[in-house]
Design a protein around this ligand. Structure first.
Ligand code: SF4
Length: 325
């Protein structure tokens, strides 16, 4: 995308409102596409996330023309690798399923993530039941054929399965990634200036420090080239480095480091009692005594009270809509 060269203010507020565009296994959002013509509606996706994202439902088995109801499929492992075959042995869909993943990946370049149905021989990203050629169960180390090809083609795309979204830590990470992706996509969707990129990067500093401090430094070196490099190459490199940084899951220690970065510029403005309060709350979070939201809320309160605009603009305080927290 073309870069702007004028010096108008960065479009960060509009970027902030970006809605993630998510592909999803169709059965998870209630479409009756399973082999038995049923669905696997996922409550969090369909009832809560639905209001904040734009879905692109994809059912590989329907797109292969198998219809619903249909003969169930399974993964059969053998010398030639994993095959996606009809359970009654009448058809092998391995090649068409992999080719479909290639087509859908190419058709949908502007995604911010993909939610796949766990345990499916087509969609399951991991832990899928494999069978011996005779039909006996082998192990649960397979991946759906469509999902496996997709992961090869889109290594930087946040891809998650429904079951893991029931884990609060994994869900938090996935939400942080897809909303960060959406903001970056919005930034680059229109003409952008080096100043826009600097502001965008600055607004994500603390969030990136919590995910991957080295990734933050790597992206910073790319931003330093804004204005002196051709924009297309800069955009490509920043996209990859930004996605790579957010792929790392935050740790408690990295959060403590990020919180200290919030605290440092405000500490001299606070009186002793408030400074001690903040330091104690960060330490309590570091010990695991209080949730992250406790120091974050206190620090944001002080950032606003002291009118520290740089801090108040940080995505770290609200990486995705609070209704989803
Ligand atoms: S798991 Fe995948 S292939 Fe199976 S019904 Fe759902 S979307 Fe279709």
């Amino acid at each position: 995308m073309r870069a702007r060269t004028d010096d108008r203010p960065a479009a960060i507020p509009a970027v902030r409102r970006a809605r993630p565009r998510l592909a999803v296994s169709s059965c998870l959002v209630g479409e009756p596409v399973r082999y038995n013509a049923g669905h696997s509606r996922h409550r969090f996706l369909a009832d809560r996330l639905d209001a904040f994202v734009d879905w692109v439902p994809v059912c590989p088995e329907m797109e292969l023309g198998l219809g619903a109801p249909r003969t169930p499929l399974r993964i059969v492992s053998g010398d030639g690798g994993d095959r996606l075959v009809a359970r009654d042995g009448t058809a092998d869909h391995t090649g068409p399923a992999a080719a479909l993943a290639e087509r859908r990946s190419a058709d949908l370049p502007d995604l911010d993530g993909w939610v796949l149905k766990s345990r499916s021989p087509s969609c399951g990203p991991r832990g899928v039941q494999r069978h011996h050629r005779g039909g006996m169960p082998a192990d649960r180390r397979g991946a759906g054929v469509f999902a496996a090809r997709l992961a090869e083609l889109r290594p930087l795309l946040p891809i998650e399965e429904d079951g893991r979204l029931n884990d609060p830590v994994l869900r938090d990470h996935f939400l942080a990634r897809i909303f960060a992706h959406a903001r970056l996509r919005a930034l680059f969707a229109d003409g952008w200036s080096p100043r826009d990129l600097v502001d965008f990067h600055s607004a994500h500093k603390l969030q990136m420090l919590a995910h991957d401090p080295e990734g933050y430094r790597r992206t910073g070196r790319i931003v330093a080239g804004a204005g002196s490099r051709p924009p297309a190459g800069l955009e490509r490199d920043y996209r990859a480095a930004f996605a790579g940084a957010f792929a790392a899951r935050p740790t408690r220690g990295r959060h403590v480091n990020a919180l200290q970065h919030v605290f440092a510029p405000m500490s001299r403005r606070l009186d002793d009692a408030r400074r001690r309060d903040v330091a104690e709350v960060i330490a309590a979070y570091g010990r695991g005594d209080v949730p992250l939201q406790v120091p974050l809320t206190l620090l944001r309160h002080h950032a606003r009270g002291e009118d520290i605009a740089y801090l108040d603009a940080q995505t770290y305080f609200e990486p995705y809509p609070r209704e989803l927290a």
